[in-house]
Design a protein around this ligand. Structure first.
Ligand code: NAD
Ligand code: DAU
Length: 354
């Protein structure tokens, strides 16, 4: 079976593509717009691999998507493509509406056109898996039970509202047209190839550069952290055995306040790359103005995924965060290229619009 993956040059999508191709013979067509967040350098190890083809393009480009579907006849589409950063959505929500809502709509329509013309057996086996977020459920107060799949949608940021809208579209395309969809709603990911605009990579990169570590508000907002490779294994499992039309929450029961995350990173760096003056990286922690509308707490109840599909995360937070810090220490060039924009030149040189 060929897979069509969208957004597979971003953080989670690229980890998924790398893991999939390492473990299976099945090829991947990787459609990615290569926005600032899409980085083909992350996929450099796949150069010359006949089972991977990166195509630069937009999920909203119906002509391109329909052509890719007709040419490659994938057995499944996995939709990672999105604008993903909450702070950017606050400064400029337009791109989030365009890609996360309108783009998903066009993608669903292209896929529906392809799927409805498939022979019966291929139609029955086909899957459209939509990768979404726990942020669609809104914010929890201390002591509230974790988000179950039945929690009402209460998105609070332009990002989460746009993802919520996309989830509703996916659901509707199943109920109205019978498109065989699956949706996953995952908590905060961390791990290799995470763009350093998000909390964990930003703190690692800033710490090493001697810059302030900007903690929003009181730093007591809680996120539920999952190592990215565990998210990828959950997606593979849902693709394999998920019930059509169902949503599955994905999380690792790892709730932590932001300040604790930052302190853990500092402690790890103090051990792995001590500062010359003997001070702790924690001395760089700086409290800054809070994010507008900042959700206080997320927590995922992942019991459905475990009970129905037998999925469990492989990493603890302690093992995952150590691997992550070590990865950033071992890959300064990746970080440097992402920051300098050098990878954009690489994109121009090696890829052009398909
Ligand atoms: P990312 O921002 O790192 O990557 C997004 C990728 O999508 C990039 O490669 C980008 O170039 C591509 N893209 C953007 N617009 C596109 C378009 N119109 N057409 C084609 N490609 C486009 O995001 P991520 O953190 O890897 O998240 C991937 C998905 O997982 C998103 O849907 C996000 O909402 C969801 N998610 C993320 C997290 C997290 O913690 N990062 C948690 C749960 C769910
Ligand atoms: O919950 C899943 C979501 O997790 C995904 O859907 C999003 O795509 C992903 O970006 C992430 O959203 P968050 O807003 O939770 O992640 P971020 O890394 O931006 O911030 C994590 C927490 O850290 C949040 O409470 C804000 C805070 N923060 C973030 C940054 C970038 C800081 O205190 N300082 C910072 O500089």
């Amino acid at each position: 079976m060929t897979l069509l993956v969208t957004g597979g040059a971003g953080f989670i999508g690229a980890n998924f593509v790398l893991d999939w191709l390492a473990a299976s013979e099945e090829p991947i067509i990787n459609l990615d717009k290569l926005t600032y967040a899409g980085n083909p350098e992350t996929l450099a190890s796949l150069q010359g691999n006949a089972r991977h083809q990166l195509v630069q393009g937009d999920i909203g480009d119906s002509v391109l998507v329909s052509r890719l579907l007709a040419e490659h006849r994938p057995g499944a589409v996995i939709n990672f493509a999105a604008e993903s950063h909450v702070d950017r959505s606050i400064h400029g929500p337009g791109a989030f509406i365009d890609t996360n809502i309108v783009g998903t709509f066009h993608l669903l329509e292209s896929v529906r056109g392809y799927w409805s013309a498939l022979p019966e057996a291929e139609q029955a086996a086909f899957r459209f898996l939509h990768v979404s977020t726990d942020e669609v459920y809104g914010s929890l107060a201390k002591g509230d039970p974790a988000f179950a799949e039945t929690h009402r949608y209460e998105p609070n940021s332009p990002y989460s509202a746009s993802k919520a809208a996309s989830d509703h579209l996916v659901r509707a395309w199943h109920h109205t047209y019978g498109l065989p969809v699956l949706t996953t709603n995952c908590s905060n990911n961390y791990g290799p190839y995470h763009f350093p605009e998000k909390l964990i990579p930003l703190m690692i990169v800033n710490a090493l550069a001697g810059k302030p570590l900007p903690v929003y508000g009181d730093g007591m907002q809680i996120r539920d952290w999952l190592y990215v490779k565990d998210h990828c294994s959950a997606i593979r499992r849902v693709l394999e055995a998920g019930r059509l039309g169902e949503t599955y929450n994905v999380g690792g029961w790892n709730e932590k306040p932001n300040i604790e995350i930052v302190q853990t990173i500092c402690r790890l760096l103090d051990g792995l790359r001590p500062k010359a003056d003997g001070s702790s990286y924690a001395s760089q922690i700086t409290y800054v103005t809070d994010r507008p509308g900042h959700d206080r707490r997320y927590a995922i109840d992942a019991r459905k995924l475990e009970a129905e599909l037998g999925w469990k995360p492989a990493e603890t937070f302690e093992s995952g965060i150590r691997k992550t810090v070590e990865w950033y220490l071992a890959n300064p060039e990746w970080v440097q290229h992402v920051q300098s924009g050098a990878y954009r030149e690489w994109v121009q040189q090696h890829y052009s619009a398909a």
